[in-house]
Design a protein around this ligand. Structure first.
Ligand code: PLP
Length: 376
């Protein structure tokens, strides 16, 4: 996404409106940033501690280890679990590239499986069929903010002695059976990329886990393998959340649930008004969905996109290519018929404007133009 994609002019309805959110919080965000600068304490410190504590409390009983971005968070989970060379990790065919990229970076092999047509998340049955002697873990992505079927996946993981890891980069605040996602697996990775449910003003990420030992190991890996300064116990790296970013996240976190509530309301309105149109497939409103994105499927996608653009309505495509079909995986020789759900989705998926600061009028405008397009 470029900068233009994240802000709206007065008449435009953007996909996400970060400017509207900032304007509402400006009186708290600006002094929080200034305070960090006044203290010139840019690494570590109280803002980081406060954020880790409060985000941990928000999610459940576990521990949060903040880091530089969501990709690092995922990769450090794999590394800390000892997953690497010769191992296989099962991942969904539709996600952002990080999900499979980290498996390769860790030295293991990503094994793609199809997604469920209702939730768009990894299909447990397909996972079961993909397990081999080399399989060490499953990465479940809560795509667009809908939770994957964590109970079934955990069952499969238990039966086959695998780790269940969650990629929750799109699912801050998503509930699964009344609990925040992140609690029914070994560890969960979050991203604070600006456009996510909870975003900072740059890059940021975190691991959440209820396993204290694993948390400690990941913390060490993120800090050059140190437990104490100048004692490098493990081979680590540098992956830290900036203090400035933590200060911003501390202002935003208390609003997260309200924003999600608001987004659920807009999702409900889209559903109510667009439902019954044969030309489009609406997302299933699963329990606990946080609507990071509101993704429809439509046959004449490019035409609808262009039409909406003419009306100053911005849309997105998440994602135009399923993971197995990217050039970096050409060596696997995958075909579309191996992943029919993901292969259909990549051609039809369209993300409509979705952010808390939308108004009923704006949502109705989007709906009206979609209907106009379908009836022309
Ligand atoms: C955004 C995202 C990531 C990666 O997060 P970064 O902070 O950009 O590294 C990983 N997985 C999914 C599904 C994402 O949407």
């Amino acid at each position: 996404m470029n900068n233009k994609a994240l802000t709206g002019t007065r008449n435009e309805i953007p996909l996400v409106d970060l400017k509207a959110q900032y304007q509402r919080l400006k009186s708290q965000i600006d002094p929080a940033i200034q305070e960090v600068i006044d203290r010139t304490a840019f690494i570590g410190g109280q803002e980081i501690k406060k954020f880790e504590k409060n985000f941990g409390k928000y999610l459940g009983e576990g521990e949060v280890v903040s880091c530089a971005n969501g990709t690092d968070a995922l990769e450090m989970i794999l590394t800390a679990l000892g997953i690497g060379r010769g191992d296989e990790v099962i991942v969904p065919a539709m996600s952002w590239i990080s999900t499979s990229e980290v498996v390769v970076t860790a030295g293991a092999e990503p094994i793609f499986v199809d997604i469920d047509p209702q939730t768009y998340c990894i299909d447990p049955e397909a996972v079961e069929n993909a397990v081999t002697k080399k399989t060490k873990a499953i990465i479940a992505v809560h795509l667009y903010g809908a939770s994957a079927d964590l109970h079934k996946l955990q069952e499969i993981a238990n039966e086959n002695n695998l780790h269940l890891i969650e990629d929750s980069a799109q699912a801050h605040g998503t509930d699964f059976k009344g609990e925040k996602v992140g609690n029914s697996c070994i560890a969960s990775a979050f991203s604070f990329y600006p456009g996510k449910n909870l975003g900072c003003y740059g890059d940021g990420g975190a691991v959440y886990t209820r396993d204290r030992e694993l948390a400690e190991k990941i913390r060490m890996i993120a800090h050059h393998g140190q437990k104490k300064k100048h004692r490098h116990i493990l081979h680590g790296r540098n992956s830290r959340l900036d203090t400035l970013q933590a200060a911003i996240l501390n202002v935003k976190l208390p609003h997260l649930d309200d924003w999600i509530e608001q987004k659920r309301k807009w999702a409900g309105l889209y559903h109510q008004k667009l439902h019954g149109n044969e030309a489009i497939t609406l997302p299933t409103i699963t329990e606990g969905h946080s609507f990071h994105l509101f993704v429809i499927q439509v046959k004449h996608r490019q035409e609808l996109r262009n039409y909406l653009k003419e009306q100053d309505i911005q849309t997105g495509i998440h994602y135009p290519k399923a993971l197995p079909f990217h050039e970096c995986y050409n060596y696997k020789g995958h075909r579309e018929n191996e992943f029919p759900v993901a292969a259909a989705l990549q051609k039809r998926t369209l993300s409509l404007p979705m952010y808390a600061e939308l108004t009923e009028e704006k949502v109705q405008t989007v709906i009206r133009h979609i209907k106009n397009f379908l009836h022309q």
